[in-house]
Ligand binder design. Sequence first.
Ligand SMILES: Cc1cc2nc3c(=O)[nH]c(=O)nc-3n(C[C@H](O)[C@H](O)[C@H](O)COP(=O)(O)OP(=O)(O)OC[C@H]3O[C@@H](n4cnc5c(N)ncnc54)[C@H](O)[C@@H]3O)c2cc1C
Length: 372
Amino acid sequence: MIFKARSLSATDQPTNPNLISVRGLGFPIRLLDTSYETYYCCDSYSNYLFLKMASFLRATGVAAFKNASRLYSSAAGVSRASSPVFTNRYFLASSLAVAGTASYYFYSSMTTPISATSPVFKGDFVDLTLTHVTKISHDTSIFRFAFPEADDDSGLITASAILIKYKDENEKNIIRPYTPISDPRTKGYLDLLVKVYPEGKASKHIHSLKPGDKLAFKGPIIKYPWTPNKDSHIVLIGGGTGITPLYQLIHEITTNRAEDKTDITLLFGNKTVDDILLYDELKSIAAKDDKFTVYFTIEKDAPEGTIPGFISDAVVKKAIGDADLKTLKFFVCGPPGLYNAISGPKISPADQGELTGLLKSYGVEKEQVFKF
Ligand SMILES: Cc1cc2nc3c(=O)[nH]c(=O)nc-3n(C[C@H](O)[C@H](O)[C@H](O)COP(=O)(O)OP(=O)(O)OC[C@H]3O[C@@H](n4cnc5c(N)ncnc54)[C@H](O)[C@@H]3O)c2cc1C
């Protein structure tokens, strides 16, 4: 079932009222706090299953379905005009019939696992144990959580997120999404980079955990399923902890250079140099990979090698250089101010919202922009 959210905030903060309208029902219904979880997981887990099904179909040579599956994702993929699937309705109908039949067999052949080895994240909450905490800045640490078994696979793909859940002092479920920064293929554990907010429920709870403590996780939440060379040049624009999904993409592409030739330009804005998360990792990738370029903007006391101020028109233009705008794909992730300035806010996990801001003023098309 697909839900359409009416009033999740632009930043997907779950503290807002959760009025959900079920497509076709015609009126909104109010759900309890778990609606956030329901919303995310229904939408993304079915997306995940769909992707798994698409790869199954690809493996069995159903090429038309491959085109259709690209159109389902938020990727630019094949345009409607040029897709043979959409130029022939009968072909589309028969492709969907094949897909439907295959999906029936796909689902009915599934017991619980959907990969050869049972993944940790397959739609239910699972308790993971905190093993290490590494402080990386005054307000941010990396938390390593062990999977139940040392050789367990995560079941995640790039780019995807997970939900965490705990009960607060009033026995209320607190649920928030986070983006693992460890390679999704890593067996046995995942790493979360979490910034603590003084009044933040989940971030304070995670920061209060000690090695040996458990936390409930659920996933996967598929955000932008990456395949090598999906886009030829990607421009990543992020601020603060918004780096985490962008880092997933950077890591995925730069560790697969034999196959993936995608050019990557990262514009990463922060308040001070001490706020730059994953600084060493990003510098080290840039030093080794000539198809990855990073620009750091710093609001206060910008040191040499960084750009003073915000990610402005001049900074974006400098980073893009003379690249043909039409060939670029933009990814945006950060605080509300950054969305407003660069791309306009995202409305909900399923609604990217209108394209506004700098990118709109450049004549970039909505389909060229993905807001995490
Ligand atoms: C898909 C997705 C992936 C995410 N991945 C990560 C990640 O990898 N690492 C990470 O640290 N966070 C990530 N977040 C944000 C995370 O889900 C929480 O929103 C964040 O940790 C704050 O939650 P909280 O419960 O501590 O704060 P809440 O209790 O929800 O908020 C309390 C107060 O904290 C402040 N606050 C909360 N969030 C922000 C913000 N983003 N900017 C400025 N002030 C804020 C506000 O003053 C707010 O009123 C992600 C969000 C999404 C939607």
